[in-house]
Design a protein around this ligand. Structure first.
Ligand SMILES: [Zn+2]
Length: 247
């Protein structure tokens, strides 16, 4: 496996293109807008031409501005496209045995990216995405081995307990569904524990400076979905190495 392999490049380009579609979901799903239909500039409402819809490249060529009204285009667009491209390559690198499993995993990681960005922006994850994620994770575990029971139970149970104790203040119900999906994806409970550890470390690294500099009050909570996604990605890539150090 080499980064300049035609297959790696193909995965990267596929990821960029799906990332572009991901931006459409990020913009429209939380507002309950139709997912189909051409993209328009949110400022001048002019339909965006095909030449300006090339992932990442169009943003660079347009210098981050709408061709018609020069309104700034959010950096979210190229970042999600690039992130999606990188996730597709990572999926290929960690599942080299089968291109089918790699594509499957790539789509699951792409979905996690989209859910994370929506959670970050709106503090909620659309059920349609969350439930699709759980179903895909169950199918993925079935295709690549067996459907685990303990891992999703522990992951979802951990968030369900917090949700019950705090009456939904510490975590959202979306976190419970997301965690169940992650449990199916990771497959064993040791990985789930490492994923939780990494997620909380990543969360504190971001939350502590925000609290110290009073950017966020104690009562406002940080969306946890993105940190669960980071923890999951770290375990998928380095899970075995981390477990070997810990045990
Ligand atoms: Zn415009």
């Amino acid at each position: 496996m080499h980064l300049t392999d035609p297959l790696t490049l193909l995965f990267f380009v596929l990821g960029l293109v799906l990332g572009s579609f991901g931006n459409v979901l990020i913009e429209r799903l939380p507002k309950n807008k139709k997912v189909s239909g051409r993209s328009k500039c949110p400022e001048c409402k002019k339909q965006i031409s095909n030449v300006d819809l090339i992932p990442v490249l169009s943003y660079i060529l347009l210098q981050g501005k709408c061709r018609n009204c020069s309104e700034k285009i959010s950096i979210q667009y190229p970042l999600v496209e690039l992130g999606s491209g990188i996730l597709f390559v990572i999926a290929l690198l960690i599942t080299p045995a089968s291109v089918f499993s790699a594509i499957f995993l790539a789509v699951i990681l792409w979905l996690m990216l989209i859910m994370s960005v929506i959670d970050f922006k709106t503090h909620t994850i659309p059920d349609a995405l969350n439930i699709s994620f759980v179903i895909l994770a169950i199918l993925y575990s079935y295709v690549t081995g067996y459907i685990p029971i303990l891992a999703p139970l522990i992951a979802a149970g951990f968030f369900f307990a917090q949700w019950r104790i705090s009456a939904g203040k510490w975590v959202g119900s979306g976190d419970i569904i997301l965690a169940a999906g992650i449990g199916f994806l990771l497959g064993n409970w040791e990985y789930v524990l490492v994923m939780l550890g990494v997620s909380y470390i990543a969360g504190s690294l971001v939350a502590l400076p925000l609290l110290l500099f009073k950017k966020k009050g104690k009562k406002e909570h940080l969306a946890f979905g993105p940190f669960l996604a980071i923890g999951t990605l770290v375990v998928l890539i380095w899970g075995d190495q981390i477990l070997r150090i810990l045990i």
